[in-house]
Design a protein around this ligand. Structure first.
Ligand SMILES: [Zn+2]
Length: 278
């Protein structure tokens, strides 16, 4: 799933292409695309796009006091659509402008979880953005300490909880724990001051590195292309210490870590396959 750096760079690309364009029509292409009943998307017709922003893993298209909020989920894409074909593959919604290419939201696969919300007024004060935690890119030590101390839970899970910290997903959670030399299963509320400071540095370093990578591209990267030391690197040598990257597998994701860097050399029980314990 695209996370903060991918969404941020994508918002910048979309702003470059669409800022100043006047909306001529909004066309839902799927019954599941539009998540809100009011205000109507047509209320934004005739208005110019001020820009495309980001909050957490959401994109926000601002047209005056109306905003379209878009979540891409796993397989969603929001891209210029010069062809405007009648039945685009995976099509969810299309924005048509007075001039230039349309903007098309598509979603690969059958899950149909990506979506569009229309809100009036401050988008950050309303669902789906209102319940998000502080943006990971804006964290400072006091705000991170507040989050950590309020949650007696595993660090990796807390980093991915959008209501605690917004913008981090499975890949960045893996990379941040590795960069900070912290176990993904450490209790977040029990981290000491040095560990909290290392975590903050790691959050910003991993976000900055991915953002620089993503800004050098014309299109959003695929998951496997993104830079990293442990994510998608299970079985490979750790770039820091040369130990073998290990994993704990869950039904829908993998926690990847380096034992020597993160767990004092301990290989953690893989709760589904135990393949490294045999
Ligand atoms: Zn290592």
């Amino acid at each position: 799933m695209p996370e903060l750096p991918e969404i941020e760079a994508h918002a910048e690309r979309l702003t470059e292409t669409f800022a100043g364009r006047t909306l001529a029509a909004f066309r839902p292409l799927s019954f599941t695309a539009l998540k809100t009943a009011s205000p109507m998307p047509d209320d934004a017709v005739g208005r110019a796009v001020d820009g495309v922003g980001r909050r957490g893993k959401y994109l926000t298209l601002r047209l005056g006091d109306l905003s379209f909020i878009v979540h891409l989920m796993q397989g969603g894409r929001l891209e210029p659509d010069p062809k405007e074909s009648a039945r685009p593959r995976g099509g969810l919604a299309r924005w048509i402008f007075d001039e230039g290419p349309a903007l098309l939201l598509t979603e690969a696969g059958k899950e149909r979880r990506a979506g569009v919300w229309v809100v009036q007024g401050d988008p950050n004060a309303q669902e789906p953005l209102a319940g998000l935690g502080p943006d990971a890119g804006q964290l400072e030590l006091p705000s991170l300490q507040d989050v950590l101390e309020a949650h007696s839970m595993r660090l990796h899970g807390l980093m991915r909880d959008q209501r605690a910290v917004a913008g981090i997903g499975r890949r960045l959670a893996n990379e941040i724990c590795h960069r900070a030399h912290l176990s993904p299963f450490a209790n977040a509320s029990k981290l000491g001051p040095d560990e909290q400071a290392r975590l903050l540095d790691a959050i910003h370093a991993c976000i900055d590195e991915s953002l620089a990578f993503e800004r050098g591209r014309d299109r959003m990267s695929s998951s496997k292309e993104r830079p990293g030391a442990v994510h998608h690197r299970v079985g490979e040598p750790c770039p820091v210490c040369d130990d073998t990257i290990r994993s704990v597998e869950y039904a829908s994701y993998t926690v990847a870590y380096c034992p020597r860097c993160q767990t004092g050399g301990r290989v953690l029980a893989d709760n589904t396959t135990s393949r490294f314990l045999k």
